[in-house]
Design a protein around this ligand. Structure first.
Ligand code: THU
Length: 161
């Protein structure tokens, strides 16, 4: 038996001033998008903004449904729209933020397992990492370098070859 270890590195910031302009801008767009979320059941609104290599930004939010599982997370709304509109353009980054009961959510919100799997598909397809920017209240920010970091030992297209 061999015991193995998986470690990831990520960056934590306590002020938006320390972020680069592009990342700060993307957070601003996710914060705008969160306000338009359709979350009448959970009152937990999530906003996402995806930056593409061609400079386009796709903004989205969660869309809930009375039949709960039919709803969709903000991250997948964004990534599927990005891929449907610009199928051959690489995704550079996704910023994610949340708002609970009309207030900026004070904890970082990280993509759920389904969203990680969906994001990984596109990261592997493009062969380049997608940066994940998590933004909470009071300018708290975490930057993760890739989706793979969030989903180690994953199942992907290479398993189907
Ligand atoms: N949600 C997202 O949009 N993204 C996540 O990463 C986690 C959860 C949504 C789904 C649902 O509409 C609400 O947040 C509460 O789970």
């Amino acid at each position: 038996m061999k015991e193995k270890e998986i470690k990831i590195k990520y960056q934590e910031y306590n002020s938006l001033e320390d972020l680069d302009e592009i990342d700060k801008n993307l957070i601003g767009k996710a914060k705008k998008a969160v306000l338009k979320a359709y979350a009448p059941y959970s009152h937990f609104k999530v906003g996402a903004a995806v930056l593409l290599e061609n400079g386009e930004t796709i903004c989205s939010n969660n869309q809930e449904n009375a039949a709960y599982p039919s709803g969709m997370c903000a991250e997948r709304v964004a990534i599927y729209y990005a891929s449907s509109k610009f199928p051959d353009v690489a995704i550079k980054a996704i910023a994610i933020t949340a708002n609970y009961n009309e207030k900026d959510y004070d904890k970082l919100i990280s993509p759920c397992g389904n969203c990680r799997q969906a994001l990984l598909e596109y990261e592997q397809k493009q062969g380049k990492p997608i940066k994940v920017i998590l933004s909470a209240a009071e300018e708290k920010t975490v930057i993760i370098n890739s989706i793979e970091d969030l989903l180690p030992l994953s199942f992907g297209s290479k398993n189907l070859e």
